[in-house]
Design a protein around this ligand. Structure first.
Ligand code: AHR
Length: 497
């Protein structure tokens, strides 16, 4: 027996739509050959691939992080502005590629405008300097007559870009990072100085400090000194397992990281008697485990992970986690969007939507803006190896409703490949009129089913009618599937349409 109980008054908080954001990096074919391919029949006059742009538009991403990732820790933004012929080709030491610098700040902003998404720039705290970071903010946002604001104008952009979100370095704790910090206190000290000059250049910007996964060591050291200067703290988590059950359980690590980090932030704020809040920016997350050869020299197709149904359900669990923790998570960015560990894969003649594209689209279109504290019980899965996974429900659930209390959306992942449980859903706190609701269901012939150029439709959402007979109704969850079910609720809902 499986039950989900929903009380429409038990509000967790408002969901910031920024949790449905994305990330692109100069890595493999993400930028060049992915979103930017001048000369291609599929490119527009800017060199942007129109098919990719359209597929991204359908995800309605509110924010896009750029230019890295590890790449940013060796990136000097001045290399990527001005006439194309003056831009240097550099060695990219993060991924062992040649960086032509043809896609830079102006191109990124143009791309974001076409996508109707907010740009989020991460600055170079590896080989870069405080002056460079300050100048980048000035180039993007300066409205006076200063050198870098004038430079932007000379490059054809009179109006400031008004880039709101700025990251203070990427994964500065890791030995794989150019210019990594072995001492977290040193990172905190430098990040405070970067933060000061960046905010003094534009007080409206929001700064994202470089957190890790909410643990002792890095996070517990940097949060204290940084809290007065930052507006968000970033976390990164990648998971993945060839076993479909483990694959869909592991994203719960993100939930633990979020809860630990939220406590660290809260303690630091209390100690300093600060009344501000610092939401978490989960600015890299995804399934990533099959193709790890990112630093192999001479290879262009880097991190081209082929995603299957199991990975799509794992992505849905991540999205459930971000919705459930919306009172402390203010932003999240899928890493990455095109070709590199991505929902969209391109060839010169077109693209294919990988399985993980669909949960992103389903949640973005059907989730509502208030998260509810649903309770559920069902059979439990028992995984070896991590004590936190000793007992995990086969179902993973998140529930949202709108402000007016007229609509509710229930998102359910069934991790079981053997069982199609009949789930009883009980809704209290609102009227639930009889209705034939239209759910979207994502599943496929088997857990490792994937979409390819030859068979692009193996895993796609399909519509399913659900008979909502009142406040207590049953729904049959297909084996190993995601269901997103919109239900009309409230007094208004009872009126005939
Ligand atoms: O997204 C791929 C890489 O993963 C990023 O460059 C880095 O930040 C992380 O380690």
């Amino acid at each position: 027996m499986a039950r989900i109980k929903i009380d429409t008054d038990r509000v967790i908080g408002r969901i910031d739509p920024m949790i449905y954001g994305g990330f692109i990096e100069h890595l493999g074919r993400c930028i060049y050959g992915g979103i930017y391919e001048p000369g291609s029949d599929l490119a527009d006059e800017n060199g942007f691939r129109v098919d990719v742009l359209e597929a991204l538009k359908a995800l309605r991403m509110p924010a896009l992080r750029w230019p890295g990732g590890n790449f940013v820790s060796g990136y000097h933004w001045m290399d990527g502005i001005g006439p194309a012929e003056t831009r240097p080709v550099r060695m990219d030491l993060a991924w062992h590629m040649e960086e032509p610098n043809l896609f830079g700040t102006d191109e990124f902003i143009r791309f974001c405008r076409l996508l109707d998404t907010e740009p989020y720039i991460c600055v170079n705290m590896g080989s870069g300097t405080m002056d460079e970071a300050q100048a980048w903010v000035e180039y993007c946002n300066g409205d006076g007559g200063t050198q870098y604001a004038e430079l932007r104008r000379r490059n054809g952009n009179d109006d400031p870009f008004n880039v709101r979100f700025w990251g203070l370095g990427n994964e500065m704790y890791g030995a794989w990072q150019i210019g990594a910090y072995s001492d977290p206190a040193e990172y905190a000290r430098d990040a405070v100085e970067f933060a000061k000059v960046m905010k003094w250049t534009d007080p409206e910007i929001k700064l994202i400090g470089c957190g890790r996964t909410g643990g002792a060591g890095w996070d517990s050291t940097i949060i204290g000194p940084l809290v007065q200067h930052i507006d968000y703290l970033s976390l990164h988590t990648y998971t993945g397992n060839a076993d479909p059950l483990a694959n869909t359980v592991q994203p719960l690590r993100a939930e633990w990281a979020i809860r630990n980090t939220a406590s660290l932030i809260e303690m630091a704020l209390q100690e300093r008697n600060l009344s501000k809040s610092i939401p978490i920016a989960f600015d890299e997350w995804n399934v990533w485990y099959k193709v790890r050869d990112g630093r192999e020299r001479g290879k262009i197709n880097k991190l081209e992970e082929a995603y299957d149904l199991s990975d799509a359900l794992a992505v849905a669990v991540y999205l459930n986690v971000f919705q459930r923790t919306c009172n402390v998570v203010g932003m999240a960015n899928l890493a990455q969007m095109v070709n590199v560990i991505a929902p969209i894969m391109t060839r010169s003649d077109g693209l294919v939507l990988q399985t993980i594209y669909y949960p992103l689209q389903m949640y973005r279109n059907l989730s509502l803006n208030i998260a509810l504290d649903a309770w559920w019980e069902c059979d439990m899965a028992h995984l070896e190896g991590d004590r936190r996974f000793a007992g995990v429900p086969y179902l993973d659930v998140s529930v949202t409703r709108d402000e007016a209390g007229e609509n509710l959306t229930v998102a359910i992942v069934n991790r079981s490949s053997d069982d199609s449980p009949s789930v009883t859903i009980e809704i209290t706190g609102s009227d639930v009129p009889k209705q034939s609701a239209q759910a979207q269901v994502l599943n496929g012939p088997f857990p490792h089913a994937a979409n390819t150029f030859d068979e692009p439709g193996m895993v796609k959402p399909r519509k399913k009618r659900v008979n909502v007979s009142g406040p207590r109704f049953r729904v049959k969850m297909p084996k190993f599937s995601l269901m997103v079910l919109p239900v009309r609720i409230g007094k208004e809902a009872a009126k005939p349409k």
